[in-house]
Design a binder for this molecule. Structure first.
Ligand code: HEC
Length: 114
């Protein structure tokens, strides 16, 4: 009986590790994809960030903003990342890496709203 319990615990630990490392891999990809991270433009968890702004007498004027990508779909992320745009660089990720980034954004934002 003891043995069975141990095997059960062991396989559970294996699954848990798999799950955590995929999340961490997504986080790593999102935070430092080969030098140009998504974070300075889209924020730590995809909430968006002001990239260029200046202060006037009547407040801050935001000229360029990285949009909120917390609810971007896999297709949207795939298209943006592969094509880039006038501000955002193009990235060369595999489909699996893009999926992992998407999964990271979904998971990290699910946790925040809980
Ligand atoms: C240098 C700044 C910059 C970096 C770095 C950057 N982006 Fe962007 N991204 C932008 C800007 C600006 C836009 C909006 C462009 C537009 O609307 O024309 C955008 C658009 C997007 C969009 C489409 C959002 C929408 O609603 O239209 C997605 C998805 C996206 N980026 C994902 C990413 C991911 C994932 C990374 C990292 C691998 C990343 N971006 C890195 C600046 C950046």
């Amino acid at each position: 009986m003891k043995k069975i319990y141990l095997i059960f615990l062991f396989s559970f630990a294996l699954c848990a590790e798999d799950f955590i490392s995929e999340f961490e891999y997504g986080q790593m990809l999102y935070q430092s994809p080969r030098g140009v991270s998504c974070v300075p433009c889209h924020g730590e968890t995809g909430e968006g960030r002001d990239i260029v702004s200046y202060t006037e007498d009547n407040g801050t004027v935001v000229m360029i903003k990285g949009p909120d990508i917390r609810s971007s779909t896999l297709t949207q992320i795939n298209d943006s990342v592969k094509k880039g745009n006038s501000i955002m660089p193009r990235y060369f990720f595999t489909d699996k890496e893009i999926k992992t980034i998407h999964a990271y954004l979904e998971k990290v934002n699910l946790e925040e709203t809980e």
